[in-house]
Ligand binder design. Structure first.
Ligand code: MIG
Length: 710
């Protein structure tokens, strides 16, 4: 990561005795003397919000890109109903930017419950309230919003980089239960010629839902299955849950007890909760020895050819505790032969309906943070982060030279160094497609670049048009995974009438991978953003409120269609742009569009994107899997008014060691007297041999085809 001169850019203020979260990697930060910007009143930090000034950030949370007008709570929650009145989702990303003329950012490094009241109690007031005053507060300054994001990345560390194959299309379902079912999915894709890079294994692959086991009845030839699919360019990605089943002779359980690696209760006994496997113990991921112990067990699956994982239920999710269940049962028994009054009735009902994820469980749980006993509730937001860190740190040893795919459900700032996230149990709702669009840039601000939502929606039955529109947006998301719940209709692209249409958009994703991967890598290596709100690059009265168009990397703007029964949409262009309307992954038309307001046609058979002036889109050819992508020959579609500049990053998609130097090919095009002057500086590692250029010339509006052999 590039290091810019920090001098006065970050100020740190410490209150009370903060618990170390390891969110921050930067040392020697200037300690502020008098709190600037904010006023500390009682237990809250307050700030007067000027009229119309947006507040950005908070990563995974409900509502818009501009977070004003709601109260958000950082408390990782297993809640599958992501409606706009919720205060927290699965993550805690305590970073915001106040977009004043002289913008500034705030990071509250605090692992407990924290609220951001951003104009909820009072329209023009920001109030940040931690439960306890033990925290580090960082104030970040910068000339632009993007500068502040980059400074934040220096503070919290560089973002996780997945292997390039993780940019392929990924198919999931809870669950593909047997080797036959998995083979049938692979066949469904290959028979239909739909590209695919991975199939997910949800909880049913395990033996009695135990981590690091394989149900040999359902997967007798697991190793062969993994090898056979990999040969075909398809990887299997198993899930790992946080809870470890209590079962005698189960190695993980036995080792965890013997090694004292499990979370304890307030009396010092091993805490017992219940999740999918029934009774479980929770690994103490806040303990470095327990992390190391759990992490090394991923090797069990990696030795069988597995190259990627998803970590689930790590808020942690707790269905009930035996103690709470006994109390609930007792209530029932007590009232068994009685004439039940209303109060008793609701008491009984609630003791069951509200038994999941109770706050009291988190107060019972205790960690051994390397010698210090800490109540779980006070460090709740670090749990999923450290589960993923356990895996990430283990992978550095198990696969020292190669990248491993890893993402998590729960997270905290700092986890972005070890893995990505998916945004949990959304629904097959149009409003959740829009939420997905709005959430992506916020996640990027907080460092979570490799991320995505369940495409098509997790709960509820999707519809073909929703899936189509979601894929049309999803092809720009780093993590493009179609996932759905156990009780829903089939959601694979071949399960619908217009398979060919879904297929061509997935193929377009593959044609875009050289470009998108390059944009991702530049964002990751420069500490920047892959998805940006328009307001991060443009300034006018319209872009400030523009939340349904996004910038993707340095060249592109997208305007996804996210409403049902639409054959186009309203688009605002902050400057002249080149509209690319795709018919399929190979066929497209180019139209110059003037700055301003437009209605652009885009039915489900078409896909639109915009190339910014002076920028270029690189397009390759689709393939069945990323391993078959031809990276030697690309087409560049440049919107070259006067000049056009593009940097293209390449590597082998696998090495852990990554840097920009030596990996960037520079293309520079200048228009001089009706003639294009093309300069190309090829990266030493580049495999690019042919670049076919389509130059869109503003003046004459003609298109020139140029073949450039490298
Ligand atoms: O309580 O493993 O968010 O993606 O399919 C549900 C089953 C547990 C929740 C995850 C979802 C996954 C599901 N898990």
């Amino acid at each position: 990561m590039k290091h810019v001169e920090l001098d006065q850019k970050i100020m740190k203020y410490t209150y009370g005795q903060p618990i170390e979260t390891d969110a921050v990697v930067l040392g020697n930060i200037k300690v502020g003397e008098n709190l600037s910007y904010l006023a500390l009143e009682g237990k809250s930090f307050k700030y007067k919000l000027k009229k119309d000034i947006p507040v950005y950030g908070l990563g995974e949370s409900v509502r818009g890109i501009n977070k004003r007008g709601w109260i958000y709570e950082s408390f990782c929650s297993d809640d599958d109903m992501h409606t706009e009145t919720k205060r927290s989702l699965y993550a805690a990303h305590n970073f915001i930017i106040i977009a004043e003329e002289k913008p500034f950012g705030l990071f509250i490094d605090y692992p407990g419950r924290l609220t951001f009241d951003i104009g909820y109690s009072q329209l023009d007031e920001l109030v940040i309230t931690p439960e306890n005053m033990d925290l580090d507060l960082y104030i970040l300054e910068g000339d632009t919003l993007l500068d502040i994001v980059k400074t934040f990345r220096q503070l919290a560390g560089a973002s996780y980089i997945p292997p390039r194959w993780a940019f392929g299309y990924q198919q999931s379902r809870w669950s593909y239960k047997t080797n036959e079912e998995v083979r049938a999915v692979a066949k469904g894709f290959r028979d239909n010629g739909i590209p695919l890079d991975s199939i997910y294994l949800d909880i049913d692959y395990m033996e009695r839902l135990k981590d690091f086991t394989i149900d040999r009845e359902k997967f007798p030839d697991f190793e062969e299955l993994v090898a056979e699919l990999k040969e075909d360019g398809i990887r299997l990605i198993p899930i790992i849950d946080a809870g470890v089943k209590v079962e005698e002779d189960y190695n993980i359980y036995e080792e965890g007890v013997a090694g004292d690696f499990f979370v304890r209760d307030e009396k010092g006994d091993i805490f017992e909760g219940a999740v999918w496997p029934g009774k479980v113990h929770f690994p103490d991921f806040l303990n470095s020895k327990a992390r190391e112990w759990f992490g090394q067990h991923y090797a069990y699956l990696m030795d069988k050819g597995i190259d990627g994982f998803w970590n689930d239920m790590n808020e942690p999710a707790i269905f009930y505790t035996p103690r709470a269940m006994a109390q609930a049962m007792h209530k029932v028994e007590e009232s068994k032969d009685k004439n039940i009054d209303l109060g008793t009735f609701f008491g009984i009902k609630d003791s069951f309906s509200q038994i999941m994820n109770k706050e009291e469980y988190f107060k019972e749980m205790h960690h051994n943070m390397d010698g210090k006993c800490v109540r779980h509730y006070d460090v709740h937001n670090l749990y999923g982060y450290n589960m993923t860190r356990a895996a990430g740190e283990a992978f550095e040893k198990l696969r020292p030279s190669e990248r491993v795919l890893l993402f998590s459900r729960a997270s905290y700032v700092g986890m972005h160094r070890y893995g990505g996230i998916w945004t949990g149990d959304n629904r097959s709702w149009w409003s959740h497609l829009l939420l997905n669009i709005k959430m992506m840039p916020s996640l990027n601000m907080c460092g979570f670049l490799y991320s995505g939502a369940d495409v098509g929606g997790f709960s509820d039955n999707t519809t073909e048009d929703l899936l189509t529109r979601w894929i049309q947006f999803g092809i720009f998301m780093p993590l493009l995974r179609n996932h759905t719940a156990a009780w829903t209709r089939q959601q694979e692209p071949y399960a619908f009438e217009h398979t060919e249409r879904l297929k061509k958009w997935i193929k377009l994703r593959y044609a875009l991978i050289p470009h998108l991967y390059s944009e991702y890598m530049k964002a990751a290596l420069e500490g920047g953003m892959y998805f940006k709100p328009l307001a991060f690059e443009y300034e006018d009265e319209y872009v400030r409120e523009m939340e349904d168009q996004l910038l993707v990397g340095e060249s592109l703007m997208i305007a996804p269609v996210y409403e049902q029964n639409k054959t186009g949409r309203y688009v605002y262009l902050p400057e002249d742009m080149l509209l690319v309307t795709f018919e399929d992954e190979k066929t497209y038309t180019l139209t110059k569009m003037a700055k301003g307001h437009h209605y652009v046609a885009c039915d489900m058979d078409h896909l639109i994107l915009f190339v910014r002036p002076g920028r270029m889109l690189l397009l390759g050819a689709a393939a069945d899997s990323t391993k078959d992508l031809d990276m030697t020959s690309l087409t560049g579609i440049a919107y070259c008014k006067e000049v056009c500049h593009h940097t293209y990053y390449e590597d082998n998609g696998m090495d852990r060691q990554v840097h920009l130097e030596g990996h960037v090919t520079e293309v520079e095009i200048k228009k001089e007297n009706n003639h294009f002057n093309i300069k190309l500086k090829n990266a030493p590692c580049s495999v690019l041999k042919k670049l076919a250029l389509t130059l869109f010339d503003n003046e004459t509006e003609t298109i020139t085809g140029i073949q450039y052999d490298i």
